[in-house]
Design a protein around this ligand. Structure first.
Ligand code: ADP
Length: 416
């Protein structure tokens, strides 16, 4: 008999005896006392019976291991499979979305349509020490890393890690170095060619010499612009996670940039008009970077707008309370398929045209990075044959306080 039961039984006997004695003492008959004693013991035993049954009925339910395992696996964002022998015995939600709902209980060769990887999983060969790289699961250019582990009973746990982002970033870095080298090599080759020519007889001809020197000067300037843009880009990227901290009045900043452009001369400056609302809210920004952004966008509108056509640059507060800087031109416009790629480094709609008017192909990439650092938003809208409007919205430094929510019971609960 378990000791707890003995303890409770003795307790019940004592209570029943005390109750029977009390009944006898207050003057009732011996029979009444005996009834009280037996009833008390019975009640105690019944109570103990109910008590001993209670934990099984209302205590913690034995966990359903399979269900919990499924829930845990479904909570993992990356695809995970359990393979027993040649079959998939379990697959989480992410694995089912990637490989298809049918994969559970399916042969591994059908579930993972990658023969070499499926063989490694199904075979008796020891597990590979390094992850296996898979290309084309899901979409054709998606890249995965397959990590395999083993359970104590020999099942194989397959974990697929999406490496597409890492590969895309690496490809971008390689392309960037190749593009930058190419952009620098072209003017450099031209300068070297002209130096060689000038050192021959051509150098004796004053007319030719002046012409060649002008070309060399232009090419050297092109290299300089490119190098300056590359330095800007890496500096802005380097500051990506450092929030700017100056209070900037975008109207004043626009006036300053316009004054610099006007002082620099250039035939298109007369076509530029600026405007801004009074009492603009300040934005939190980096003045040098915001000036560069305004320069780049007005510069593009002057370059790609038709000669003599107006360019307008304005600042105002938009419907959502953001401070919006907008530049509109009346140029050839941009075909819609190019718009999503314009902020990529060295992406140009017409490379020859861009180079001939002094473009580096980095202006909008720089703008994008400045906008990101300022937690802003860049919008490019264009109609072929009509013109292009580029706008950037920045959050105001002091956002207007939100209207107080109606005092409902629900709101009170959430706040509390
Ligand atoms: P770029 O130095 O070539 O001007 P950007 O990065 O500033 O480089 O712009 C990328 C490309 O976007 C340009 O080469 C041009 O094709 C297109 N573009 C930019 N702004 C405009 C505009 N306002 N109108 C038409 N095309 C534009």
């Amino acid at each position: 008999m378990p000791p707890r039961f003995v303890q409770r039984l003795s307790g019940a006997l004592v209570i029943a005896l005390v109750a029977a004695a009390a009944v006898y003492t207050v003057g009732a008959s011996i029979d009444a006392a005996a009834v009280t004693l037996v009833g008390g013991i019975a009640a105690g035993l019944a109570a103990m019976g109910i008590r001993s049954a209670a934990p099984a009925a209302s205590g913690p339910v034995a966990p359903d291991v399979d269900r919990v395992l499924d829930e845990v696996l479904d909570g993992i964002a990356e695809p995970v499979l359990l393979v027993r022998g040649k079959r998939v015995s379990c697959a989480n939600q992410a694995a089912r979305s990637l490989l298809g709902r049918h994969i559970v209980d399916e042969d591994i060769h059908i579930a993972i349509r990658h023969p070499a990887a499926a063989d490694r999983l199904a075979g008796d060969a020891p597990l590979p020490g390094r992850p296996i790289e898979l290309v084309g699961l899901g979409t054709p250019d998606q890249r995965w890393e397959m990590r395999i582990g083993e359970t104590s009973d020999g099942a194989r746990i397959v974990h697929l890690v999406d490496q597409s982002g890492r590969y895309a970033a690496e490809k971008m870095r390689v392309d960037f170095v190749a593009n930058a080298s190419h952009e620098l090599r072209t003017p450099l080759a031209s300068i070297l060619g002209f130096v060689e020519t000038l050192s021959d007889e051509a150098g004796e001809d004053p007319g030719l010499r002046a012409r060649f020197l002008k070309v060399m000067f232009d090419e050297a300037q092109r290299m300089q612009r490119l190098i300056e843009d590359l330095i800007s880009l890496s500096r802005i990227e380097g500051e990506k996670y450092r929030l700017p901290d100056e209070r900037i009045d975008m109207g004043e900043l626009l006036e300053d940039v316009y004054a610099e452009l006007a002082a620099g001369g250039g035939e298109r400056v007369v076509d530029v008009s600026i405007g801004f609302e009074d009492d603009l809210p300040a934005v939190i920004g980096d003045e040098v970077q915001l000036s560069q952004l305004v320069h780049n966008l007005i510069g593009n509108a002057m370059k790609y707008g038709r000669p003599g056509s107006p360019v307008s640059a304005t600042v105002g507060v938009d419907g959502s309370g953001m401070v919006r800087f907008t530049v509109a031109d009346e140029g050839e416009g941009i075909p819609p398929q190019h718009i999503p790629r314009l902020t990529e480094r060295f992406y140009r709609v017409d490379a020859g045209r861009s180079r001939s008017i002094g473009g580096t192909g980095l202006g909008l990439a720089i703008v994008k990075h400045i906008v990101e650092r300022h937690r802003g938003r860049l919008d490019i809208a264009s109609t072929v044959g009509v013109g292009t409007t580029v706008s950037v919205a920045f959050p105001p430094a002091d956002p207007k306080p939100a209207k107080p929510a109606p005092a409902t019971a629900e709101a009170a609960v959430i706040k509390g």
